[in-house]
Every structure is written in structure tokens, then in C-alpha cells.
Design a protein around this ligand. Structure first.
Ligand code: NAD
Ligand code: LMR
Length: 338
């Protein structure tokens, strides 16, 4: 009863997490389900009424997580798969969420994770290409600016890349921007829906505070401090966890929130728009072919990539700082697969 009430609470029209608009339900697979993000994300996906089957895979611990989560009294079926059963985990899945890979420790950049995570993500993407070639792939593993191009290039190599079905999950930046602006402005987070564009690391994270009423008046030190906090919110958590990893609970929330947006779009709900890092024409003329901007999600996935809209002078500078770094990260990912 409690779980049903929680799920119902999450699906009220004013909800910030889940909403359900129609009856088509979907199989979702989590790759890395035993980890710090994977476990709470699996729980939140179990509460999402649009998920019919939850398939949990990890190189260790997934059957245990699945047995645990499967007792929650919502309608979806849960199955856990051990290391040797990756193909079975992916069979017939519509949506694949990937939080597999190592997290940062204090003093590391996300790019420092590249050497370990690039091959993990590439190998998982190759399995998706083979077993579930039409699945939508949500990439959480860092460095997102490089792992998304790695997934795209791997699918391309397998002849199954469709740019409308590969997403870098940048929702945590949007969640942070909303929460942090609410803190300084005294408004509620729902009044602070800040578009965050670019990529997902330090200076590539570009919050567009001028586009929301609660943010447009901020100037000087207050503005600089808020932008810095949004860009480096991940470091705040890494430092506080003191060697035990990076954001897991807020990321699970953000991942479940993005997954629900996608599922609503796939179900035919109109007007589902949220920033995500996708193959994008917006800065192709600068040699950058992946970029996060508000994207409309629909029955085929990426329906429409919206432009970033008018920028303040400060935001123009942030964007100029973002683009070269982002280009480097994207090229590194592509080169890894080539
Ligand atoms: P974690 O170490 O707690 O969990 C990672 C899990 O991945 C482990 O259970 C591990 O066994 C599993 N794994 C490793 N190789 C695998 C493989 N080949 N197949 C399946 N599973 C595999 O780490 P975490 O805190 O959950 O973070 C995971 C990743 O998410 C990190 O790269 C982290 O930087 C990233 N992250 C991204 C965001 C974002 O905003 N996109 C936010 C937070 C963390
Ligand atoms: C975050 O933004 O919290 C994640 O990308 C994890 C990290 O390494 O900071």
C-alpha cells in the first residue's frame, strides 16, 4: 500500500519526478545495477508506473539487488542477471540505462575516469547493438562528454546508430541548478527550471539563468558563485564523500526523472522537453556534433532539438569557454572507438 501511495504521489500532475499519461508500459534494463547509482535507480524505476519489466545487470551483485527490489509491491516484474548473462538481460528491452563504471575520488577530473570507463561503455554498447539494436540508450557513466560519442561510434560501427535514440544524462545539472537557484532566490525549485546546456563537466556545464525569471536579476558575485556551484556541484559531493565515490542518490533521482520523461515521450505524451546531451546540429559548424540543449522527446525518442535561445553577455562567455573543452572531450571519445 505504501509503495502504491508513493508511486501515486510521484505521479500527481505537480510531481517533479514521475508522471504517467498513458497505458503503454516498457521493459527497462539497468547496466551497472549493483552500484552506488544502480541500486537506488533500480528502486526508483520499480516505482515508475511506465516500467513493466525491470532487468538488472552488473558484473557483481545484480541478482541480489533484483531479489530485494522485486519485493516492492508495484506492478512491474524484476529480474537480475549475473555477469555471464548480459545478452539475456538485454533481450527485448526498449530502454537501457548505463551507470556502469568507476566514480571519481577527490582530486580527480571526470576525464581521469576515461581509461577505465571508455572500454566498459564501449563493450556494453556493442552488446546493446547486437541484442537490442533499436533500444534507447541513456548514458550516465562518466566522462559523459566522451562516453556518449563512444556509444554512438560503437553503434555506428555495428551499423545500428540512430541519433534519435542515444542520450547523455545531464539531468543532475538541471536538478542542481533548480535546487541551488531556489536556495539563493527563496523561490521553490519548481519556479526555477533553469535550462543547462553544453556538456557534463566543469566549464562545459552552461546554466542559462537569464532565461528564468528568478535567475535573470542575479549579478556580480552572487551570479558567479551560483554558476560555479552549478558547474562544480559534482566536486562538492566527491569532496564530502571523501574517497567513497561521487553523487549516487541525487543521480539516481535525476536518472529516474530523465527515464520517466523519455517513457512519457515514447508513450506519445506531447510537450516533454528536457535538456539532454545528444548528437546535435547546433554547433556542428564549430566541429562539435554532440551538445546538450532542451530536447523534445516523442514516440521515436529525440523529436526536436531546440536552439539554446538568447544569451546574456556572461552566458556568451560561458559558452565560449565550454565549446573548445567539449570538442576535445568528444574527439577523444570518437578516437577511442576509431
Ligand atoms: P559504483 O562503483 O558505485 O558502481 C558502478 C557499478 O558498475 C559497479 O556495481 C560495478 O560492478 C559496475 N560495473 C563495472 N563494470 C561493469 C560492466 N562491464 N558491466 C556492468 N556493470 C559494470 O559507481 P557509481 O557511483 O554508481 O557511478 C557510476 C558512474 O556514474 C561513474 O562513472 C560516475 O562518474 C558516473 N556518474 C555520472 C553522473 C552524471 O551526472 N551523468 C552522476 C554521478 C555519477
Ligand atoms: C556529478 O556531477 O555528480 C557526477 O558527474 C559525478 C562526478 O564525478 O562529479
Amino acid at each position: 500500500m505504501f509503495a502504491r501511495n508513493v508511486a501515486r504521489a510521484f505521479t500527481t500532475p505537480s510531481s517533479r519526478l514521475f508522471s504517467s499519461s498513458s497505458a503503454r508500459h516498457t521493459k527497462v534494463t539497468v547496466l551497472g545495477a549493483g552500484g552506488g547509482i544502480g541500486q537506488p535507480l533500480s528502486l526508483l524505476l520499480k516505482l515508475d508506473p511506465l516500467v513493466s519489466n525491470l532487468s538488472l545487470y552488473d558484473i557483481r551483485g545484480a541478482p541480489g539487488v533484483a531479489a530485494d527490489v522485486s519485493h516492492v509491491d508495484t506492478h512491474s516484474e524484476v529480474n537480475g542477471y549475473a555477469m555471464e548473462n548480459l545478452d539475456a538481460a538485454l533481450e527485448g528491452t526498449k530502454v537501457v540505462v548505463i551507470p556502469a563504471g568507476v566514480p571519481r575520488k577527490p582530486g580527480m577530473t571526470r576525464d581521469d575516469l576515461f581509461n577505465t570507463n571508455a572500454s566498459i561503455v564501449r563493450d556494453l554498447a556493442a552488446a546493446v547493438a547486437r541484442v537490442a539494436p533499436t533500444a534507447h540508450i541513456l548514458v550516465i557513466s562518466n566522462p559523459v562528454n566522451s562516453t556518449v560519442p563512444i556509444v554512438a561510434a560503437t553503434l555506428e560501427k555495428a551499423g545500428v546508430f540512430d541519433p534519435t535514440r542515444v542520450y547523455g544524462v545531464t539531468t543532475l545539472d538541471v536538478v542542481r541548478a533548480s535546487r541551488f537557484l531556489a536556495s539563493v532566490s527563496g523561490a521553490t525549485p519548481s519556479e526555477c527550471d533553469v535550462p543547462v546546456v553544453g556538456g557534463h563537466s566543469g566549464p562545459t556545464i552552461v546554466p542559462l539563468l537569464s532565461q528564468v525569471s528568478k535567475g535573470k536579476g542575479l549579478q556580480g558575485e552572487a551570479y558567479d558563485t551560483l554558476v560555479h556551484r552549478i558547474q562544480f556541484g559534482g566536486d562538492e559531493v566527491v569532496k564530502a564523500k571523501d574517497g567513497a565515490g561521487s553523487a549516487t542518490l541525487s543521480m539516481a533521482y535525476a536518472g529516474a526523472k530523465f527515464a520517466n520523461s523519455l517513457l512519457r515521450g515514447l508513450n506519445g505524451e506531447k510537450g516533454v522537453i528536457t535538456p539532454t546531451f545528444v548528437k546535435s546540429p547546433l554547433f556542428a559548424d564549430r566541429g562539435i556534433d554532440f551538445f546538450s540543449s532542451p530536447v523534445e522527446l516523442g514516440v521515436n525518442g529525440v523529436e526536436k532539438i531546440h536552439p539554446i535561445g538568447p544569451l546574456s553577455a556572461e552566458e556568451e562567455k560561458l559558452l565560449e569557454a565550454c565549446l573548445p573543452e567539449l570538442k576535445k572531450n568528444i574527439e577523444k571519445g570518437k578516437a577511442f572507438v576509431a
